[in-house]
Design a protein around this ligand. Structure first.
Ligand SMILES: NC(=O)c1ccc[n+]([C@@H]2O[C@H](COP(=O)([O-])OP(=O)(O)OC[C@H]3O[C@@H](n4cnc5c(N)ncnc54)[C@H](OP(=O)(O)O)[C@@H]3O)[C@@H](O)[C@H]2O)c1
Length: 283
């Protein structure tokens, strides 16, 4: 198919951990343009630097490119101006999507939940307990004001070719002899970045609208998850590694996501961590 006949796809945050995996796969299928802000690890293909807080710039980019679909990955829990990037950025993206009637696929998080009433179905009412969760909850409400949307709530993202943010932080701290505590009572459904990328792409041209929980089907503690990845990446420095429960703190305890709707809606399989790791030799 010529570029002219392909769906036009805009990915915000092509430089994010998810975006770096998603964008090359998207480019192979769609007429894809990605945005970055301060880093451009991909550095190839159609791309533009964009500050999502700049309403005029967002509107200009989107009315120029006229995407059929936008996958809005930018706006994570990292970065100094995190809350503004999430709230304002999502507002600008939603307004611009409306201008060009684009389907909007928005990445959200399991931490919109308080973590005391798992498993969480798509119908559960968000009840965030920290600033990141509150910003992502507000962003969801903004996206929901525009009917042509999908909100993907997901869990801890990991990959086996590029180290995820959490493991990279742990590895650096352990190698520097700094204490790292892995919590035995923080429960999540970690998701392989390939699974999440595939699900995002499946939803590009799909009739589903609304909220969808997309994560790995293995429910596990951060301690078990952390140990699996330290083993996989062969991080042997563990003298300063501790394990134990955390008290009621800044992060919700059990955010297990109910994946029944995603399993019914998507062809993309949702393997758990051990299923994924079984297919890969240790490093
Ligand atoms: N990682 C996880 O475990 C996890 C879990 C649940 C949900 N999620 C959600 O999944 C999505 C992707 O997460 P991630 O961890 O892959 O993200 P990430 O690696 O932390 O990347 C954040 C992205 O936001 C961009 N960004 C920051 N400030 C910006 C600004 N002012 N204007 C435009 N872009 C800006 C960054 O661009 P530059 O790098 O170019 O500056 C980068 O592309 C996020 O929506 C996150 O909430 C992630």
């Amino acid at each position: 198919m010529s570029l002219k006949n392909k769906l036009r796809l805009l990915i915000t945050g092509g430089s994010s951990y998810l975006g770096q995996h998603l964008t090359p796969q998207a480019t192979a299928v769609y007429d894809t343009l990605y945005t970055y802000f301060q880093h451009d690890p991909l550095n190839s293909g159609q791309r533009e630097r964009l500050d999502l807080r700049d309403e005029t710039a967002v509107l200009r980019l989107i009315t120029d490119f006229r995407p059929d679909v936008i996958i809005h990955t930018a706006g994570s829990n990292r970065g100094a101006d995190m809350a503004a990037v999430i709230r304002l950025g999502t507002r600008h993206i939603t307004q611009a999507a409306q201008q060009v009637n684009a389907r909007l696929i928005h990445l959200s998080s399991d931490v919109v939940f308080r973590g005391d009433a798992p498993p969480y179905a798509e119908t559960a009412v968000p009840s965030p307990i920290n600033a990141y969760g509150r910003a992502k909850t507000d962003a969801e409400a903004i996206v929901q004001s525009y009917p042509h949307h999908v909100i993907i709530r997901t869990s801890l993202i990991y990959g086996l070719d590029v180290m995820d943010h959490g493991t990279a932080w742990m590895a650096q701290a352990l190698r520097a002899g700094q204490p790292v505590t892995l919590f035995t009572n923080q429960i999540r459904n970690p998701v392989w970045v390939e699974t999440l990328s595939q699900a995002c792409l499946e939803l590009v041209d799909h009739p589903f609208t609304g909220v969808l929980h997309v994560a790995g089907r293995q429910v596990m503690s951060r301690a078990d998850f952390g140990l699996r990845l330290l083993d996989y990446w062969d991080i042997r420095e563990r003298d300063t590694l501790f394990m134990g429960p955390t008290g009621a703190g800044e992060w919700p305890l059990n955010c297990e996501l109910d994946l029944r709707l995603a399993t019914a809606v998507l062809r993309t399989p949702l393997p758990g961590v051990d299923e994924v790791l079984a297919g890969f030799p240790l490093r």
